[in-house]
Design a binder for this molecule. Structure first.
Ligand SMILES: *[C@@H]1O[C@H](CO)[C@@H](O)[C@H](O)[C@H]1NC(C)=O
Ligand SMILES: *[C@@H]1O[C@H](CO)[C@@H](O)[C@H](O)[C@H]1NC(C)=O
Ligand SMILES: [Zn+2]
Length: 192
């Protein structure tokens, strides 16, 4: 009986993974990422939060080449100046609408204190205090969140928040925050 239940659970999980419709992701190899200095796996899967960021610096990038360079610059800054194990975010969206792999689905990020082990952090490359990301960028973020839910990495009842809702910061920029407030799952949580 117990075996039967386990088989059903495994079968269902397998189906879920197989069914996930995920967008193309620019792999770490493709943007020439350095190796992480250490890795901590997320233990409570699926995570209940998605936290949205803007990078502020580096600024908006228009080509694959420029966005890949922005990824390397951020990783270099996060590893060598901030002393984090790797680039802080799980996924990063460039001005081309491409999604860059940061830590990926399974690894704890460094992007939102108190939320790192229970959230996926998604950053938009650029300064979105006054402007919003392009439609392609917004669609990319929605697609990667949907993929995360379908593959079982993000809880189906997840809460979507801007970084400034969980920390005293201007990130993700006032315009981008107003934008995500219109998305399903945005939550008015405020924990300074
Ligand atoms: C990739 O990164 C390595 C080490 O950081 C560096 O030596 C190499 O020049 C980089 N290659 C490209 C194409 O950027
Ligand atoms: C993290 O997960 C990966 C793949 O799921 C595994 O190979 C690795 O050993 C795990 N690392 C730790 C520290 O548990
Ligand atoms: Zn942030």
């Amino acid at each position: 009986m117990c075996n039967f239940i386990i088989h059903v659970v495994i079968f269902t999980l397998t189906l879920q993974l197989a069914r996930a419709t995920c967008p193309n992701i620019v792999s770490r190899h493709d943007w020439n990422a350095s190796s992480p200095t250490s890795v901590e796996n997320i233990t409570s899967i699926p995570v209940p939060f998605v936290v949205i960021h803007h990078t502020y610096q580096p600024g908006f990038c228009r080509t694959h080449r420029a966005c890949a360079a922005a990824m390397r610059n951020m990783q270099n800054y996060h590893q060598n100046t901030r002393n984090w194990p790797d680039i802080g975010y799980h996924f990063v969206i460039g001005g081309t609408g491409e999604i860059y792999e940061g830590r990926g689905w399974d690894v704890v990020g460094t992007h939102a204190p108190n939320y790192n082990s229970r959230s996926v952090g998604i950053a938009f490359i650029g300064d979105f205090r006054e402007e919003v990301p392009t439609d392609e960028m917004l669609k990319a973020a929605k697609d990667i969140i949907k993929c995360g839910v379908e593959r079982g990495s993000i809880a189906s009842g997840y809460k979507l928040v801007g970084h400034s809702q969980v920390k005293n910061t201007l990130c993700p920029g006032a315009s981008l925050l107003e934008e995500i407030k219109t998305w399903p799952h945005w939550d008015p949580l405020k924990q300074p």
